[in-house]
Ligand binder design. Structure first.
Ligand code: ADP
Ligand code: MG
Length: 262
Protein backbone atom coordinates (compact mmCIF):
# COMPACT_ATOMS: atom_id res chain seq x y z
CA UNK A 1 0.00 0.00 0.00
CA UNK A 2 2.79 2.42 1.02
CA UNK A 3 6.30 1.55 -0.13
CA UNK A 4 9.41 3.49 0.79
CA UNK A 5 12.24 2.41 -1.51
CA UNK A 6 15.89 3.37 -0.81
CA UNK A 7 14.68 6.83 0.19
CA UNK A 8 17.23 9.55 0.89
CA UNK A 9 16.28 13.10 1.84
CA UNK A 10 18.62 16.03 2.47
CA UNK A 11 18.32 19.51 3.98
CA UNK A 12 20.95 21.41 1.98
CA UNK A 13 24.01 19.17 2.05
CA UNK A 14 23.02 17.25 5.18
CA UNK A 15 21.38 13.89 4.67
CA UNK A 16 18.44 13.48 7.06
CA UNK A 17 17.34 10.12 5.62
CA UNK A 18 19.86 7.70 4.17
CA UNK A 19 18.67 4.81 2.02
CA UNK A 20 15.53 3.98 4.02
CA UNK A 21 13.32 1.10 2.81
CA UNK A 22 10.21 -0.48 4.29
CA UNK A 23 6.54 -0.82 3.49
CA UNK A 24 3.21 -0.50 5.24
CA UNK A 25 0.58 -2.98 4.14
CA UNK A 26 -3.19 -2.65 4.09
CA UNK A 27 -4.60 -3.24 7.59
CA UNK A 28 -1.25 -2.70 9.27
CA UNK A 29 -0.04 -0.22 11.89
CA UNK A 30 3.69 0.51 11.65
CA UNK A 31 5.36 2.58 14.37
CA UNK A 32 8.38 4.71 13.60
CA UNK A 33 10.67 5.14 16.59
CA UNK A 34 14.12 6.59 17.19
CA UNK A 35 15.89 9.27 19.22
CA UNK A 36 15.27 13.01 18.72
CA UNK A 37 16.60 14.10 15.35
CA UNK A 38 16.64 10.54 13.95
CA UNK A 39 14.53 11.62 10.97
CA UNK A 40 11.02 10.49 11.95
CA UNK A 41 9.27 13.75 11.01
CA UNK A 42 11.38 13.99 7.85
CA UNK A 43 10.19 10.52 6.85
CA UNK A 44 6.54 11.38 7.49
CA UNK A 45 6.91 14.57 5.43
CA UNK A 46 8.74 12.79 2.60
CA UNK A 47 6.21 9.94 2.58
CA UNK A 48 3.41 12.49 2.11
CA UNK A 49 5.24 14.22 -0.74
CA UNK A 50 5.73 17.45 1.23
CA UNK A 51 9.52 17.01 1.03
CA UNK A 52 11.26 15.93 -2.17
CA UNK A 53 13.44 12.80 -2.21
CA UNK A 54 17.08 13.24 -3.13
CA UNK A 55 17.05 9.63 -4.35
CA UNK A 56 14.78 6.63 -4.03
CA UNK A 57 11.01 6.74 -4.21
CA UNK A 58 7.71 6.52 -2.39
CA UNK A 59 5.00 4.40 -4.00
CA UNK A 60 1.38 4.64 -2.98
CA UNK A 61 -0.90 1.82 -4.13
CA UNK A 62 1.74 0.98 -6.72
CA UNK A 63 2.04 4.53 -8.11
CA UNK A 64 5.10 6.73 -7.66
CA UNK A 65 4.13 9.75 -5.57
CA UNK A 66 5.98 11.97 -8.02
CA UNK A 67 3.45 11.08 -10.72
CA UNK A 68 0.47 12.20 -8.64
CA UNK A 69 -0.95 15.73 -8.46
CA UNK A 70 -1.42 17.42 -5.09
CA UNK A 71 -5.14 16.57 -5.13
CA UNK A 72 -4.50 12.95 -6.11
CA UNK A 73 -2.04 12.61 -3.24
CA UNK A 74 -4.48 14.15 -0.79
CA UNK A 75 -7.07 11.55 -1.76
CA UNK A 76 -4.62 8.78 -0.90
CA UNK A 77 -2.59 10.06 2.07
CA UNK A 78 -3.71 12.10 5.08
CA UNK A 79 -1.17 13.56 7.49
CA UNK A 80 -1.43 14.48 11.16
CA UNK A 81 1.61 16.75 11.48
CA UNK A 82 3.67 17.29 14.62
CA UNK A 83 3.32 21.09 14.54
CA UNK A 84 -0.12 22.46 15.30
CA UNK A 85 -0.32 25.60 13.20
CA UNK A 86 -4.07 25.58 12.68
CA UNK A 87 -5.85 28.82 11.68
CA UNK A 88 -7.04 29.93 15.16
CA UNK A 89 -10.18 31.78 14.03
CA UNK A 90 -11.78 28.76 12.34
CA UNK A 91 -14.21 26.64 14.30
CA UNK A 92 -13.46 22.98 14.94
CA UNK A 93 -16.13 21.96 12.41
CA UNK A 94 -14.79 24.33 9.72
CA UNK A 95 -11.27 23.02 10.28
CA UNK A 96 -12.34 19.40 9.99
CA UNK A 97 -14.35 20.21 6.85
CA UNK A 98 -11.06 21.45 5.31
CA UNK A 99 -10.11 17.76 5.20
CA UNK A 100 -12.68 17.46 2.40
CA UNK A 101 -10.84 19.99 0.18
CA UNK A 102 -9.50 17.31 -2.23
CA UNK A 103 -13.08 16.27 -3.04
CA UNK A 104 -14.77 19.66 -3.50
CA UNK A 105 -16.22 20.54 -6.89
CA UNK A 106 -14.94 23.47 -8.98
CA UNK A 107 -17.14 25.92 -7.07
CA UNK A 108 -15.52 24.78 -3.82
CA UNK A 109 -18.91 23.95 -2.30
CA UNK A 110 -19.13 21.24 0.36
CA UNK A 111 -21.75 18.58 -0.47
CA UNK A 112 -23.97 16.73 2.02
CA UNK A 113 -21.48 13.86 1.83
CA UNK A 114 -18.60 16.21 2.75
CA UNK A 115 -20.52 17.50 5.77
CA UNK A 116 -21.43 13.96 6.78
CA UNK A 117 -17.76 12.90 6.61
CA UNK A 118 -16.74 15.87 8.75
CA UNK A 119 -19.37 15.05 11.42
CA UNK A 120 -18.38 11.39 11.43
CA UNK A 121 -14.74 12.37 11.95
CA UNK A 122 -15.79 14.64 14.84
CA UNK A 123 -17.70 11.77 16.45
CA UNK A 124 -14.81 9.35 16.12
CA UNK A 125 -12.48 11.80 17.87
CA UNK A 126 -14.99 12.77 20.59
CA UNK A 127 -15.08 16.37 19.34
CA UNK A 128 -18.77 16.79 18.57
CA UNK A 129 -19.36 18.92 21.68
CA UNK A 130 -16.52 21.25 20.63
CA UNK A 131 -17.67 21.62 16.99
CA UNK A 132 -18.53 25.33 17.22
CA UNK A 133 -15.53 26.36 19.36
CA UNK A 134 -12.68 28.33 17.77
CA UNK A 135 -9.53 26.28 17.33
CA UNK A 136 -7.37 29.03 18.89
CA UNK A 137 -9.25 28.61 22.20
CA UNK A 138 -8.61 24.88 22.54
CA UNK A 139 -5.96 23.09 24.58
CA UNK A 140 -2.97 21.48 22.85
CA UNK A 141 -4.50 18.02 23.23
CA UNK A 142 -7.84 19.14 21.80
CA UNK A 143 -6.05 20.73 18.83
CA UNK A 144 -4.21 17.47 18.31
CA UNK A 145 -7.53 15.66 18.06
CA UNK A 146 -8.81 18.29 15.60
CA UNK A 147 -5.84 17.45 13.36
CA UNK A 148 -6.69 13.77 13.69
CA UNK A 149 -10.34 14.48 12.79
CA UNK A 150 -9.30 16.57 9.77
CA UNK A 151 -7.16 13.66 8.54
CA UNK A 152 -10.03 11.20 9.08
CA UNK A 153 -12.43 13.42 7.13
CA UNK A 154 -10.03 13.11 4.20
CA UNK A 155 -11.05 9.40 4.01
CA UNK A 156 -7.74 8.17 2.60
CA UNK A 157 -6.43 4.59 2.48
CA UNK A 158 -3.18 5.73 4.12
CA UNK A 159 -2.75 7.69 7.37
CA UNK A 160 0.57 9.26 8.40
CA UNK A 161 0.71 10.44 12.01
CA UNK A 162 3.62 12.36 13.51
CA UNK A 163 3.62 11.83 17.28
CA UNK A 164 -0.18 11.97 17.53
CA UNK A 165 -0.21 11.36 21.29
CA UNK A 166 2.32 13.98 22.38
CA UNK A 167 -0.08 16.48 23.95
CA UNK A 168 -2.70 13.99 25.06
CA UNK A 169 -3.61 12.70 28.50
CA UNK A 170 -3.78 8.94 29.08
CA UNK A 171 -7.42 8.60 28.15
CA UNK A 172 -7.06 10.46 24.85
CA UNK A 173 -3.78 8.69 24.05
CA UNK A 174 -5.59 5.38 24.28
CA UNK A 175 -8.51 6.71 22.23
CA UNK A 176 -6.34 8.03 19.41
CA UNK A 177 -4.24 4.85 19.25
CA UNK A 178 -7.27 2.54 19.47
CA UNK A 179 -8.81 4.57 16.68
CA UNK A 180 -5.65 4.19 14.56
CA UNK A 181 -5.68 0.45 15.35
CA UNK A 182 -9.32 0.05 14.40
CA UNK A 183 -8.93 2.06 11.17
CA UNK A 184 -6.24 -0.44 10.17
CA UNK A 185 -7.93 -3.62 11.43
CA UNK A 186 -11.53 -2.88 10.46
CA UNK A 187 -11.24 -0.32 7.65
CA UNK A 188 -8.15 -1.79 5.94
CA UNK A 189 -6.12 1.40 6.15
CA UNK A 190 -2.36 1.48 6.22
CA UNK A 191 -1.18 3.49 9.24
CA UNK A 192 2.35 4.81 9.73
CA UNK A 193 2.94 6.72 12.95
CA UNK A 194 6.01 8.25 14.51
CA UNK A 195 5.79 7.54 18.23
CA UNK A 196 7.91 8.91 21.00
CA UNK A 197 6.62 6.45 23.56
CA UNK A 198 8.25 3.04 23.04
CA UNK A 199 5.69 1.26 25.20
CA UNK A 200 2.80 2.57 23.12
CA UNK A 201 4.70 1.52 19.97
CA UNK A 202 5.09 -1.97 21.44
CA UNK A 203 1.44 -2.17 22.43
CA UNK A 204 -0.27 -0.82 19.30
CA UNK A 205 1.99 -1.51 16.32
CA UNK A 206 2.14 -4.64 14.18
CA UNK A 207 5.68 -3.75 13.19
CA UNK A 208 8.23 -1.23 14.37
CA UNK A 209 10.80 0.65 12.29
CA UNK A 210 13.72 2.00 14.29
CA UNK A 211 15.52 4.98 12.77
CA UNK A 212 18.90 6.16 14.03
CA UNK A 213 20.73 9.04 12.33
CA UNK A 214 18.48 8.81 9.31
CA UNK A 215 19.06 5.10 8.76
CA UNK A 216 16.77 2.14 9.37
CA UNK A 217 18.47 0.26 12.15
CA UNK A 218 15.94 -2.54 12.62
CA UNK A 219 12.50 -3.38 11.25
CA UNK A 220 10.34 -6.13 12.71
CA UNK A 221 7.70 -7.16 15.19
CA UNK A 222 7.73 -5.15 18.45
CA UNK A 223 9.48 -7.94 20.40
CA UNK A 224 12.20 -8.14 17.72
CA UNK A 225 12.91 -4.39 17.63
CA UNK A 226 12.28 -3.32 21.23
CA UNK A 227 15.11 -5.31 22.80
CA UNK A 228 17.52 -4.13 25.48
CA UNK A 229 20.40 -4.42 23.03
CA UNK A 230 18.77 -2.43 20.20
CA UNK A 231 17.43 0.27 22.50
CA UNK A 232 20.60 0.75 24.50
CA UNK A 233 22.58 1.10 21.26
CA UNK A 234 20.09 3.52 19.70
CA UNK A 235 19.28 5.71 22.71
CA UNK A 236 22.67 5.44 24.40
CA UNK A 237 21.15 4.75 27.79
CA UNK A 238 20.72 1.42 29.55
CA UNK A 239 17.17 0.13 29.57
CA UNK A 240 15.37 -2.89 30.92
CA UNK A 241 12.71 -4.64 28.85
CA UNK A 242 9.95 -6.65 30.55
CA UNK A 243 6.76 -8.22 29.24
CA UNK A 244 3.37 -6.53 29.56
CA UNK A 245 1.43 -8.65 32.05
CA UNK A 246 -1.76 -8.65 30.00
CA UNK A 247 -0.83 -8.12 26.35
CA UNK A 248 2.63 -9.70 26.25
CA UNK A 249 4.07 -6.66 24.46
CA UNK A 250 7.54 -5.38 25.40
CA UNK A 251 7.62 -2.73 28.14
CA UNK A 252 10.71 -0.55 28.29
CA UNK A 253 11.83 0.61 31.72
CA UNK A 254 14.59 3.10 32.43
CA UNK A 255 17.68 1.51 33.91
CA UNK A 256 20.98 2.69 35.31
CA UNK A 257 19.65 5.42 37.62
CA UNK A 258 22.70 7.01 39.14
CA UNK A 259 23.44 7.02 42.85
CA UNK A 260 21.15 4.15 43.74
CA UNK A 261 21.68 0.42 43.78
CA UNK A 262 18.80 -2.05 43.36
P1 ADP B 1 12.78 13.53 14.52
O1 ADP B 1 11.39 13.82 14.06
O2 ADP B 1 13.14 12.08 14.50
O3 ADP B 1 13.08 14.14 15.86
P2 ADP B 1 13.53 15.23 12.28
O4 ADP B 1 13.06 14.49 11.07
O5 ADP B 1 12.72 16.38 12.73
O6 ADP B 1 13.79 14.20 13.47
O7 ADP B 1 15.00 15.75 12.01
C1 ADP B 1 16.02 14.94 11.45
C2 ADP B 1 17.27 15.79 11.22
O8 ADP B 1 17.02 16.76 10.22
C3 ADP B 1 17.71 16.54 12.47
O9 ADP B 1 19.11 16.56 12.49
C4 ADP B 1 17.16 17.93 12.23
O10 ADP B 1 17.95 18.89 12.86
C5 ADP B 1 17.22 18.07 10.73
N1 ADP B 1 16.12 18.92 10.22
C6 ADP B 1 14.79 18.74 10.43
N2 ADP B 1 14.06 19.69 9.80
C7 ADP B 1 14.95 20.50 9.18
C8 ADP B 1 14.83 21.67 8.36
N3 ADP B 1 13.63 22.19 8.05
N4 ADP B 1 15.98 22.22 7.90
C9 ADP B 1 17.19 21.69 8.19
N5 ADP B 1 17.37 20.60 8.96
C10 ADP B 1 16.27 20.01 9.44
MG1 MG C 1 9.77 14.72 14.92
Amino acid sequence: MLEINSLSVAYGHRLALDNVSFSVREGEVVALIGPNGAGKSTLIRAASGALPARSGSVHVEGVNLRHLSVVERARRLAVVPQARNLPPAFTVYETVLLGRTPYLGWMGQASDLDRECAWRALERTQLTALAERRVGELSGGEQQRVLMARALAQETPILLLDEPTTHLDLQHQAEVLNLARSLASHHHKAVLMALHDLNLAGLYADRVVMLVNGRTQVVGAPHEVLTEQNLTAAYRVPVHVVTHPEYGSPLVLPDGREGRQP
